[in-house]
Design a protein around this ligand. Structure first.
Ligand SMILES: NC(=O)C1=CN([C@@H]2O[C@H](COP(=O)(O)OP(=O)(O)OC[C@H]3O[C@@H](n4cnc5c(N)ncnc54)[C@H](O)[C@@H]3O)[C@@H](O)[C@H]2O)C=CC1
Ligand SMILES: O=C1O[C@H](COP(=O)(O)O)[C@@H](O)[C@H](O)[C@H]1O
Length: 251
């Protein structure tokens, strides 16, 4: 039977990477949500709901009949101030989780970020940790260690997921996304190359979040880069993630 998937933040970069990769997937019925109305230049393979995730009633309505939520909507800026991350990333995310359990949703993938753990990149470790021969790894079992308020908001989204899993049985996977860029990794930016997530690996990873069975997980969302300080072993094991790209293949 087709899976009904609610994608919040559908108009954004990550949302569009997912939709470009999975738009032809006949097993999914998409409901797309964003506060910005659809524009002609983007990919929208389903019903579109224009709503703000801080609007509880609108989110409850958008959640009706949904099996899986991919929750991306939020302020993605690492410089985002508290005045923005509190409503958009924390309150809004709690509203989406709450509506999900109210509607009997099975699975919930939360777009967390490398910035939830940014403060592990200490002066002593950098820039060595961005390089291929360095063995430092974060694997998702470490405590969050944000280096900015945006990272605090993402760590909070992960903890909300823990709560909604433990109290309500919602399956939750928090994907600490690295740096999504199209066609090639960031240029002259070692950190960005170490955490590159290609568009096709992004679509595949979120496809696995829809299909796999899990309880509560924190995984890293990067391609299989030679340079890396995030382990992708848990994503491989639990989700069946098989990335095909590597920033080292791009000069
Ligand atoms: N692009 C990247 O490399 C990374 C992205 N992420 C996370 O992935 C998610 C998506 O990021 P991007 O696509 O890059 O950002 P984006 O800004 O391109 O897309 C975010 C979308 O969410 C919508 N949105 C924002 N606040 C909203 C609200 N209150 N209600 C409804 N819609 C709202 C925006 O209109 C926008 O279309 C974010 O949560 C971000 O923190 C995490 C790590 C890396
Ligand atoms: O969470 C995010 O992280 C990526 C990568 O971070 P950066 O500090 O290397 O730029 C960022 O591009 C994206 O906008 C943000 O949402």
């Amino acid at each position: 039977m087709a899976q009904s998937v609610l994608l919040t933040g559908a108009s954004g970069r990550v949302g569009q990477a997912i939709l470009e990769g999975l738009a032809d997937e006949r097993e999914y019925e998409w409901r797309l949500l964003d506060r910005d109305p659809p524009t002609g230049d983007r990919n929208y393979p389903g019903e579109f709901v224009v709503a703000d995730i801080t609007d509880e009633e609108a989110v409850r309505e958008a959640m009706e009949g949904i099996d899986v939520v991919l929750h991306l909507a939020g302020d993605p800026r690492k410089t985002a101030p508290w005045e923005s991350v509190l409503p958009n990333n924390i309150d809004g995310t709690q509203t989406v989780y709450e509506a999900a359990v109210g509607a009997g949703v099975d699975k919930f993938a939360f777009a967390s970020s490398n910035h939830a753990v940014g403060a592990y990149e200490t002066d002593e470790r950098t820039p060595d940790m961005y390089r291929e021969d360095d063995e430092f790894r974060l694997d998702g079992t470490e405590l969050p260690r944000p280096g900015n308020l945006y990272g605090v908001s993402k760590a909070t989204g992960e903890i909300l997921g823990r709560y909604y899993h433990d109290e309500y049985g919602l399956s939750v996977v928090c994907v600490r996304i690295g740096n999504l860029t199209k066609d090639h990794p960031p240029i002259d930016y070692e950190r960005g190359q170490a955490m590159w997530l290609s568009h096709r690996d992004c679509a595949h990873l979120f496809d696995r979040c829809i299909r796999a069975e899990y309880d509560y997980e924190v995984v890293y969302g990067i391609s299989d880069n030679d340079r890396k300080y995030y382990s992708i072993e848990r994503a491989r094991e639990v989700l069946g993630y098989e990335p095909r790209d590597n920033s080292a293949d791009h000069g």
